[in-house]
Ligand binder design. Structure first.
Ligand SMILES: Nc1ncnc2c1ncn2[C@@H]1O[C@H](COP(=O)(O)OP(=O)(O)OP(=O)(O)O)[C@@H](O)[C@H]1O
Ligand SMILES: [Mg+2]
Length: 357
């Protein structure tokens, strides 16, 4: 049996420093040998958001021991590594540069290929770490900086069907949490608050619900929550607002996903209909079960990453590295950090006031 590739993945696009080693078994199923993540939550907490310079400094301080730990925990040696894959964008340029430069230098030192990875493609491929998924499929990417429906024809072949025209969904969760006085990063706590509240207490707006195809908008929702949050006096009202927000998001995603199904089906002749959901917000259990039910009703197979692999991690970066390694798609050592790097680079920019849908 020929040796299976061993890929080192490195992630530093925002506030997580991460490294992972993955390989695959004889059937081509990926195996995560190590997955080390160091979060900078404590560094940024007092500022209520990520401070780029502090994030970059923290990456510089940690990157070597995180990579060393990933190699040590994998049970493999440096000599066995076949390629190094680092996130090259999108993200904060000062942060990206740390993992990118480290990865390039590491690859050059061990004389193995270097692979520059789009962080969003990492999220997109994260469910492949626990499920076999053949192309094509419909992807819903819901993360801290992005919210998009994409038709995925193959590795690197994305057609955007819809996108947020203002805030990303993760951002909407984080901003709502902040207005409810939950410490940064509060998004995941909304789910917990929501369990204790009345989802019908507040009637929140659903921007572009009946127009704009499967494009999304969350800014109006945030404004409504800002107004209501000023009137809130009790803890129970906070729970109720969180529950109403969670319910509104579920209704928006339910409706927009049905539109996306239709648009996706028009594009390709499908033997099997598959719907992949990825990104930090895919960790939300209620959103997961709502989308699973929708898929059942519409004969789609629903596929999600493991909960721990929804947020930023380096196993997903190594996963893209593994696929590109098998296709011998390597990057040059002068590959730039790309703060903006869309999955569908041909899609028109749809953001801000005055967007025509
Ligand atoms: N259980 C949850 N419910 C809702 N939102 C969640 C949950 N868990 C995490 N999130 C949100 O996911 C986001 C983080 O996801 P992710 O790490 O994919 O984003 P990012 O890397 O900051 O952005 P991007 O990947 O777009 O560059 C945060 O906004 C966080 O609030
Ligand atoms: Mg991310």
């Amino acid at each position: 049996m020929s040796k299976k590739p061993l890929i080192l993945g490195i992630e530093s696009s925002c506030d997580e420093t991460a490294a992972s080693l993955i390989t695959e078994n004889s059937k081509g199923i990926p195996i995560v040998l190590s997955n080390i993540i160091s979060s900078q939550v404590e560094v940024h907490k007092e500022f209520g958001g990520v401070v780029p310079e502090l994030a970059a400094r923290s990456h510089v301080e940690k990157i070597d021991w995180i990579v060393k730990k990933a190699i040590d925990e994998s049970g493999r040696s440096i000599k066995e590594i076949d390629a190094v894959a680092s996130t090259a964008g999108p993200g904060l340029v000062v942060c990206l540069s740390v993992g990118l430069s480290f990865g390039k230098a590491f690859a050059a030192t061990i004389n193995k290929p270097f692979i520059a990875v789009n962080h969003l493609e990492g999220h997109a491929l994260s469910p492949k770490l626990n499920s076999k998924i053949d192309y094509p499929y419909l992807l819903l990417l819901i993360s801290g900086g992005h919210s998009q429906y994409l038709s995925v024809k193959g590795l690197g072949k994305y057609k955007r069907l819809g996108t947020t025209i203002d805030d990303a969904l993760g951002e909407a969760f984080d901003k709502t949490a902040k207005l409810l006085g939950i410490e940064f990063p509060g998004g995941p706590h909304i789910e917990t608050f929501a369990k204790k509240g009345d989802p019908n207490k507040y009637d929140l707006p659903k921007p572009i619900f009946n127009k704009g195809g499967c494009n999304l908008s969350f800014a109006g929702l945030k404004t409504a929550i800002l107004k209501i949050s000023k009137t809130i006096k009790t803890q129970q009202e906070k729970f109720d607002l969180a529950a109403s927000f969670q319910k509104t998001i579920e209704e928006i995603l339910y409706k927009k996903t049905k539109v996306a199904f239709n648009e996706f089906e028009k594009l390709s002749n499908l033997k099997e209909k598959k719907f992949v959901v990825a990104g930090g917000v895919a960790a939300n259990k209620k959103i997961r079960s709502m989308l699973m039910n929708l898929c059942k009703k519409n004969n789609y197979k629903s596929i999600f990453p493991e909960i721990e692999l929804c947020g930023d991690n380096a196993a997903m970066i190594a996963m893209v590295g593994l696929e590109r390694f098998k296709l011998e798609e390597f990057s040059s050592l002068d590959h730039p950090a790309k703060p903006r790097w869309a999955l569908d680079e041909k899609a028109t920019f749809l953001k801000g006031a005055g967007v025509k849908l």
